[in-house]
Ligand binder design. Structure first.
Ligand SMILES: N[C@@H](CCC(=O)N[C@@H](CS)C(=O)NCC(=O)O)C(=O)O
Length: 221
């Protein structure tokens, strides 16, 4: 049994990235196993034995398998050196992380970006257009919330910098894959710049950043 935790990770899955950054920032010994989700490696019998719901990220620790980002963080708080905030702030952090992995990721990923770039997430014809149209409306509402409330008077979402900034930003930058223009949300733009300067952001986002760069070159953006 490995002494260090194992993160089953995919370079194309944004929800793996905050977990990986937090492992690195908190110096928690870990190894990464890359699962090629586009080749359905998450559906193989050996992976399904580890996680019957076949989602990534998945953490292995001491023979136990933990899926769902928020549950992974809770485990790392309890059993490893993942820093916690005071109770009141931690409740706010947990709240924003839960919102981001469910609602925000649904709106940005499954209702807008993935149906445009991944065949397997696209619906047929007009249904796909309708999905994308409803997605962008919800995304604008989400960005408005961040712009006008969380980021209206603070550089970070909850006052001090917390793991909620990482989680929410890892999902927001998925919009870069469709060259989304953030200019209507200057506070969000400024905040993203700050989050991108955090330790390990660039290292963990190398795959993502390379694709975004390639898109920029192709579109002359
Ligand atoms: N709520 C989960 C969501 C994880 C999730 O949906 N991961 C997707 C990739 S974005 C996945 O693994 N999909 C593969 C599948 O469901 O078969 C979390 O926070 O970890």
């Amino acid at each position: 049994m490995p002494d260090e935790v194992v993160l089953y990770n995919s370079c194309v899955v944004p929800l793996c990235r905050p977990v990986l950054i937090l492992l690195k920032q908190n110096k928690i010994p870990h190894t990464c196993v890359e699962i090629n989700i586009l080749q359905n490696e998450h559906l193989t019998p050996s992976f399904l034995e580890k996680n019957p719901r076949h989602t990534l990220p998945l953490l292995e620790d001491g023979g136990m398998y933990i899926s769902e980002g928020p549950a992974i963080l809770s485990h790392l708080h309890d059993h490893h050196a993942l820093a916690r905030c005071n109770k009141e702030l931690q409740a706010q952090v947990d709240q924003l992380i839960s919102w981001s992995v469910e609602e925000l990721h649904w709106n940005i990923g499954f209702s807008y970006v993935y149906p445009q770039i991944y065949e397997q997430f696209a619906l047929e014809g007009k249904a796909n257009d309708d999905l994308i149209e409803s997605g962008i409306i919800k995304i604008c509402q989400d960005l408005d919330k961040l712009e006008k409330s969380y980021l209206s008077s603070s550089d970070w979402l909850l006052g001090p910098q917390t793991s909620a900034d990482l989680y929410v930003a890892c999902i927001i930058v998925v919009l870069e894959l469709v060259s989304f223009d953030f200019k209507m949300w200057p506070n969000v733009q400024q905040w993203l710049k700050c989050v991108k300067m955090l330790d390990y952001w660039d290292e963990v986002h190398k795959f993502h950043n390379d694709i975004v760069e390639k898109i920029r070159e192709e579109t002359g953006g």
